[in-house]
Design a protein around this ligand. Structure first.
Ligand SMILES: [Mn+2]
Length: 336
């Protein structure tokens, strides 16, 4: 009896990884450590994985291929693209830039998670773990901002290319400091990263990035839908929200029917209760939201407290999924 208890505890000790020490990284065993962000990786997810790997050890990875904006940023920064990992089951995993299980790569066993570094609300479907996990979640504009602060605090100097990618992530998540999510910390650490990276004109880098991500004319509607896409659980419902941030919104508005067809197909294939897509006009700072059925139309009317006519809802001043679109749809669904 006593022996089997010992055997069990040994088994537990070997199968569950220790939480990462974010305060003193020299305490960590990092041979088998990888960093990864959410599915449909964006620039913050990609760059944060790179920064975290540099600060804490381990390898930067992505769960799926990167988008055109991140490709531009990595090229601009002369940075290496993180490896795409198809199967995470043999790694200990540090998560960056999300905390919802709906956005977790399906091959990641929650028992292998050792850290979460993020800047999102602990929403409707947080990742559950049986073991303790180190967490660093702050209400800042990007995960890259948090990692820039941690690098500085730990006395880790980031390579030029990694600092540059981090700067790109801050510019991406804050839409070049124009999003409502932007904090003073984002401005502060963007300056510091730019200095390390040798980027003299931050605004110019940001504008080039916005232009690079805007031209989606060469892509099929199904790819545009999932390029910047997140799954949520609101009031027990599976809800997808895709976003295309673009300076040339009309180009996509003209393809609305094509996008709606792709949405109908995706919703069915993914078994979603609701699906929304925002053509986010970063030039005029407004969201153009489209949806699939009458329930979704009703959800939007209630979410933004506005009558919805036609087949697209235009909302001036709305540009953030995290701060504006997501929370409004969440509270609307929870009230239904
Ligand atoms: Mn982010």
């Amino acid at each position: 009896m006593k022996l089997s208890v010992i055997a069990l505890s040994l088994l537990a000790a070997t199968s569950v990884h220790a939480a990462l020490d974010l305060y003193d990284p020299s305490n960590n065993e990092t041979d088998n450590l990888v960093w990864v962000g959410h599915m449909s990786p964006d620039t913050d997810t990609v760059s944060a994985a790179m920064m975290a790997a540099h600060i804490y050890g381990g390898k930067a990875t992505v769960a799926e291929d990167i988008n055109p904006e991140s490709t531009f940023v990595l090229n601009y920064c002369n940075a290496e693209k993180p490896e795409i990992v198809a199967d995470y089951s043999s790694y200990q995993v540090g998560l960056v830039d999300f905390n919802q299980r709906t956005q977790l790569a399906p091959t990641i066993n929650t028992e292998s998670i050792v850290a979460v570094i993020d800047h999102h609300a602990i929403g409707g479907a947080p990742i559950n773990t049986s073991q303790l996990v180190s967490m660093d979640i702050r209400a800042w504009g990007s995960t890259a901002t948090i990692l820039a602060a941690n690098a500085e605090q730990l006395g880790v100097s980031l390579p030029k290319s990694v600092a540059c990618a981090g700067l790109g992530a801050i510019l991406s998540d804050t839409v070049v400091f124009q999003s409502a999510t932007t904090t003073d910390y984002d401005h502060h650490f963007a300056q510091k990263l730019a200095k390390i990276a040798g980027v003299e004109d931050i605004e110019d880098f940001g504008q080039q990035m916005l232009v690079a991500k805007s031209d989606l004319s060469h892509l099929p509607a199904a790819s545009i839908l999932t390029m910047d896409y997140k799954n949520f659980e609101y009031g027990g419902k599976k809800v997808g929200i895709g976003v295309a941030e673009t300076l040339t919104a009309q180009q996509l508005i003209d393809r609305k029917d094509e996008l709606l067809a792709a949405m109908a197909e995706y919703k069915k294939a993914q078994n979603l209760d609701h699906l929304f897509f925002s053509i986010t006009d970063t030039k005029n700072k407004r969201a153009n939201i489209i949806w699939g059925d009458d329930v979704e139309k009703q959800i939007l009317g209630q979410a933004f407290d506005t009558p919805v006519t036609g087949d697209m809802l235009t909302l001036d001043g709305v540009t953030s999924r995290k701060r504006q679109i997501g929370p409004a749809i969440q509270s609307s669904i929870e009230q239904m």
